[in-house]
Design a binder for this molecule. Structure first.
Ligand code: MN
Ligand code: MN
Length: 466
């Protein structure tokens, strides 16, 4: 009998729950890692504020701003910020860059509601902002929840004004209304995807008039408050980036506190784990370790601050120049962890997942060979050799990990920055954390998985090599 048991253990994959696999000390370490992560989530509710939170942590760990042409020796720690929306950090390694760098790339942007360029209007003595959603949202989830306003307004003279309303306990919050059930009969008969049109996601921002009479007196009252607070006029909203995000802080979830609930965990969970894995490197790594936290992943990694931007290549070219290294040689010997979230198996919705291939909460860091949709279209497919390398690395260093795919074939799909790194001839593989309710205003991760991703990226930075 025991022979059969041994054989089963040797020959068959056994799905493992982290609580059964990890030591008591590691479960405690996972729980101790969570408060720092929650603080990072609270400080960074937009890519701009996440960049600032990342910068503060980097400087605390001795990273200095990179200046083009500066001398870079093994052990030098630099960071560079790109147009306030992306940040890249490098810990220069002992080996030359032509022998390859180790990248972890995550994204700081998250689905949200952006204000339109002409957002302000009044209707029936109430004042609203018009919005244009950013990224993949399920619109019904964004009504009747407290929203906070974040962003910047650039005045005519170029002054940049920071706006943040709705995060302090005594701040007002903003909200999108919804029908009462008593009158929702027609709406209830609609399909979920069309019952909440994007053009209806108008945010209530006021209802008190400026004066007893006159045109636009309700709208004027709101603009007057904005003018008193920020010195801005309605014209200034043309040159603004203002976003509505769920108000409030990250919370422990569950009576056992085993989950974290918060807005924007896709992909700040991988941003924080990649960042802290880099900052916590106690010794100069063999290979130069680079953490890339970018913008615009949720809308295709396009544009000047997305992963497709030449900014990344430019920074790496600068690093290579300091060693007379060729960028393309550096890239061909490099490895990238495309650090992004995957879906966690939800027993309430088993019908969308292949339970044999779906990641589980508390199953550890999630390795995904390919993403994409409809026959893997749009995917970067990591080679079996690269998956093998990660397996070895994680298993030999006590990292609990699992293999996962995003759901049933032809049920939907998604993508990450992986293909944009792979297109540069960098060996790339997706690694992340399983998330419940991904892209919802309140997403869930398991503390054990967050910590295991931190550990996975730490091991990668310390030991990986092609
Ligand atoms: Mn993501
Ligand atoms: Mn996403």
């Amino acid at each position: 009998m025991s022979e059969e048991k041994d054989l089963r253990k040797t020959l068959l994959v056994q799905r493992v729950n982290g609580f059964d696999f990890l030591s008591r000390d590691e479960v405690i370490a996972a729980s101790n890692y969570a408060p720092g992560y929650k603080k990072y989530l609270d400080e960074g509710k937009t890519e701009r504020s996440s960049v600032l939170a990342s910068k503060a942590l980097a400087e605390g760990a001795g990273y200095v701003p990179y200046v083009r042409g500066m001398t870079l020796n093994p052990g030098t720690k630099v960071y560079t910020i790109h147009r306030d929306k992306a940040i890249m950090l490098a810990h220069i390694g002992q080996k030359p860059l032509e022998e390859g760098a180790l990248f972890a790339a995550a994204h700081l942007d998250a689905p949200r509601l952006d204000l339109k360029p002409s957002p302000l209007y009044e209707d029936e003595e109430m004042v609203f902002f018009k919005t244009h959603y950013y990224g993949g949202i399920r619109k019904y989830q964004w009504v009747t929840i407290p929203l906070a306003l974040h962003g910047v307004v650039v005045k005519k003279d170029g002054e940049v004004v920071d706006v943040c309303v709705g995060e302090n306990e005594d701040d007002p919050v903003l909200v999108i209304t919804d029908l009462l059930p008593h009158l929702a009969q027609d709406q209830n008969d609609k399909k979920l995807g069309s019952a909440f049109p994007g053009e209806n996601l108008n945010v209530l921002i006021g209802g008190a008039p400026y004066a007893d009479e006159g045109k636009d007196r309700f709208k004027l009252a709101i603009m007057s408050i904005l003018n008193d607070t920020y010195g801005i006029t309605e014209h200034d909203l043309f040159s603004a980036e203002l976003s509505l995000v769920p108000a409030g802080k990250a919370r422990d979830v569950g009576l056992d506190r085993s989950f974290i609930g918060a807005y924007g965990q896709d992909d700040r969970v991988c941003s924080y784990t990649a960042l802290t894995a880099l900052l916590d490197l106690a010794e100069t790594p063999e290979r130069t370790a680079v953490c890339i936290l970018v913008d615009k992943e949720e809308i295709g990694s396009e544009g000047i601050t997305g992963m497709q931007s030449a900014w990344f290549d430019g920074f790496m070219t600068d690093l290579c120049a300091s060693q007379n290294a060729r960028l393309h040689v550096c890239f061909e010997n490099s490895i990238c962890l495309s650090a992004d979230v995957g879906n966690a198996y939800d027993p309430n919705y088993p019908e969308v997942s292949d339970k044999r291939n779906n990641a589980r909460c508390n199953g550890g860091a999630l390795v995904t060979k390919y993403t994409g949709a409809r026959g893997k279209a749009g995917a970067s497919d990591a080679s079996a050799e690269l998956v093998g390398l990660m397996r070895r690395l994680f298993e030999e260093n006590g990292v609990l990990w699992q293999m996962g795919e995003l759901g049933k074939v032809d049920q939907g799909g998604g993508g990450t920055v992986a293909k944009f790194m792979a297109n540069r001839n960098i060996s790339t593989i997706d690694v992340g954390v399983p998330v419940l309710s991904m892209h919802a205003p309140f997403e869930l991760t398991a503390k054990l998985d967050v910590y295991m991703l931190y550990k996975a990226i730490s091991v990668f930075y310390r030991k990986a090599a092609l």
